[in-house]
Write a new protein. Sequence first.
Length: 320
Amino acid sequence: MNKTPLCSVHEALGARMIDFGGWYMPVQYTSIIEEHETVRIKAGLFDLFHMGEFWLSGPDAMANIQRIVCQDVEFISDRQIVYTPMCRPDGSIVDDLLVYRWNPEKFLLVVNAANMDKDLVWISSQLSGDVQFEDHSNITGLIAIQGPDGFELYFPADKCAEMWDALLEAGKPYGIKPIGLGARDTLRLEARLMLYGNDIHDGTTPIEANLDWTVKLGKGAFNGSDVIRKQKEKGTEKTLVGFEMGKGPAPRHGYPVLHKGKKVGEVTSGTMSPTMKKNIGLAYVPPSLKEIGSKFDIEVRGKPVPATVISTPFYVRPKA
């Protein structure tokens, strides 16, 4: 199992460690709810060393990025970032990632840990022209500071412990605490951020996942653009919606969605929202059930439980 340079630090802090996609990672230090609330009210520190960092550089770097991802990186400024799906020609999502534009000939791609090997092979197979592709995942440290604002810090991997300690010390007056993957998951779900492998995967497209805003068809052809354009025009057989439920057990990944007693979809993510104090989730349903206020049931422990489609993101940070 892979370990981050901060593994011993997490253990010394009393973290409960788990296998997360082949990485030995902290799921919580105290309680998930307490850590979730710390990020919402104060600030939290996250070890994200397990994420992958790939660099693309050279005169043809821009053209390659434009072909590989759905977003348009030509019209963002240097030192800006975009979130984007990366698709195959059939429109299915290889991964969702962040693209950092360093300059027109240099880009950093930050990919999901579980997809690093797959992404490395896929991206390499798509490149052409004068472009260099480098994997810096093992030599790049990544720590995120979240709440209520957010920053991600990249630095040499051998500086991880030094950076972690310095940030915890500097953040003491602000109540900063280390945060595990458990709270990271509840936080991302409240914000309707996708979890690859649950909400999106090899069998979904950006349109089905309601990621239309990440797809820039006006930039010209890119992997999956023909399929995505047709789906935007003609619709899809399923769509990802947010829902809420009453009291009781929280919905979980894989729970069936029922309508009039028949299975019509599946929950992709679900939790009891620590912020809103209610059960929330995401699910793929037929387009006929996508409108806000639509009703269906979630099968929880063999019993149908009523759910209602609501707007997402579930939580929006109040404006200062």
